[in-house]
Write a protein that binds this ligand. Structure first.
Ligand code: NDP
Ligand code: MG
Length: 438
């Protein structure tokens, strides 16, 4: 029986128009449910018809109909991300990342709990090195999935008490590695090479597995493990507190997995079991490589998420202030409201954001966006990607870190006193609802 899930604007005649279309086409309605969503003004309609799959096309043309998703296999491959916040949302997220490769489009491989054999990780002792954002989430989720976990920390670590309170075994890094067969490296990326040399490498045995949640140190060879061990990655696509929160709630955060070295022949299956044990298999586990994960991650944060977005906000703010507008107004327009726009993109892509804004804003988006992000910007994005691919960026950052980060610290203090920061600090005090931290 063809079933469709529609999202509709909550207008008086919206439902009547759908029913009338079905009647006009002589499709009997077998079942119908009309429900609220989290979004005011938007409702969800689940509609089962006796026949007539073709009707989706006509439904989409109706006034007030925002989306039509065929169910029962027609929409296979489109899975809903089970997170506490969007479980009931009307927007569906296609979880299949599509990766463009020379010669065409390639679908990312996605696996779930049913593809994983949890015993492959339950039969090992797993050392979690570090108990920060990722460390606490991995350690607690693994333990609750029946895995034997030991947390490795520095003797002076303030996190020791928290880990023990959570009922976890804690030891020095070296001792945790000695007692384990699987070692997950969850100390900060810039500390990993020294921790590896001093406390991990001397205690690795043939058949052990060394794991990462980000590929930097393997990709740029600051860690070079011996041939006789497996080296793999499980990288949750979310911060640690979310990895923990979703797990407790019965869901999970999608994970990337990759294998750098497969001495045992089981590196991939074991990494999948690990991803499943931290909850990733409930959402979806995408296969990647250390190279792809590292390079795309660095590019994303530099060009778009951190570097690109910060400079775009600053440039917009400064343009308005220099033209004589009030800094407070400029702050709202260029920084504060960015969250509202990004929230829409997060839920339904650029289409949903553009659907939600006014026509005037949408027209301005089309005519002015490409003038701001023009060919010159795209060419410089390619340069930045080139420096990531060649290792030039990594070399520069490692040298800066080793020299005590003089440039990094100087830029950090200069940036923290930008006019936009000063204006923002006082405006955020007026808005306790944004949960201001400064
Ligand atoms: P955090 O900074 O949150 O935590 C680091 C932990 O490592 C802390 O517990 C810290 O100890 C410990 N630590 C620091 N130095 C040492 C040392 N020399 N010896 C032993 N322990 C040490 O790191 P993250 O969880 O953010 O990052 C861990 C890894 O996860 C990185 O590879 C990162 O790229 C990756 N990742 C992070 C994501 C995120 O959202 N944060 C997302 C996906 C991947 P103490 O508690 O004593 O301070
Ligand atoms: Mg060991």
């Amino acid at each position: 029986m063809p079933t469709f899930v529609l999202t509709l604007r909550d207008e008086p005649d919206a439902l009547a128009r759908v029913i009338s279309l079905c009647h006009r086409r002589n499709y009997a309605i077998a079942d119908l449910s009309w429900s609220r969503t989290h979004t005011p003004g938007i409702r969800r309609l689940t509609l089962s018809l006796s026949e007539g799959r073709q009707i989706a096309h006509n439904l989409r043309k109706l006034e007030d109909v925002m989306s039509v998703e065929p169910q029962d296999g027609v929409g296979a491959g489109v899975r809903h991300l089970a997170t506490p916040h969007d479980r009931n949302d009307p927007i569906r997220f296609p979880l299949h990342g599509v990766v463009r490769r020379p010669g065409g489009l390639l679908m990312a491989q996605i696996r779930y709990d049913s593809d994983a054999d949890l015993d492959l990780i339950r039969c090992k002792r797993v050392a979690i090195l570090g108990y920060g954002s990722q460390g606490h989430a991995h350690a607690r989720n693994l333990a609750e999935s029946g895995v034997n976990v030991i947390v490795g920390l520095q003797p002076t670590s303030a996190s020791r008490a928290r880990a023990e309170q959570a009922g976890l075994a804690v030891a020095s890094v070296a001792e945790a590695v000695r007692q384990s067969q699987v070692v997950m490296m969850l100390v900060p990326d810039t500390r990993q090479a020294e921790v590896y040399e001093a406390h991990v490498a001397p205690h690795l045995e043939p058949g052990d597995t060394l794991m990462f949640a980000h590929g930097f140190n393997i990709r740029y060879r600051t860690i070079q493990p011996p041939d006789h061990i497996d080296v793999s990655m499980v990288a949750p696509k979310g911060p640690g507190h979310r990895v923990r929160e979703t797990y407790v709630d019965g869901g999970g955060v999608p994970c990337l997995i990759a294998v750098h070295q497969d001495a045992s022949g089981q590196a991939d299956a074991q990494a999948l079991a690990y991803a499943s044990a931290i909850g990733g298999g409930r959402a979806g586990v995408l296969t990647t490589t250390f190279q792809e994960e590292t390079e795309t991650d660095l590019f994303g944060e530099q060009a778009v998420l951190c570097g690109g977005a910060s400079e775009l906000v600053k440039a917009g703010f400064e343009t308005l202030v220099e033209a004589g507008y009030q800094p407070e107004i400029a702050y709202f327009e260029c920084l504060h409201e960015l969250k509202l726009i990004v929230d829409l993109m997060y839920r339904g892509g650029l289409n949903y954001m553009r659907y939600s804004i006014s026509d005037t804003a949408e027209y301005g988006d089309y005519v002015s966006g490409p003038r701001v992000i023009d060919e010159g910007v795209r060419a410089r994005m390619k340069d930045i990607l080139g420096e990531i691919q060649s290792g030039a960026f990594a070399k520069r950052w490692i040298a800066e870190h080793q020299a005590g980060r003089p440039q990094f610290e100087a830029t950090r203090s200069r940036e923290s006193e930008q006019p936009i920061e000063q204006v923002g600090r006082s405006l955020r005090r007026m808005m306790p609802f944004v949960d201001p931290v400064e």
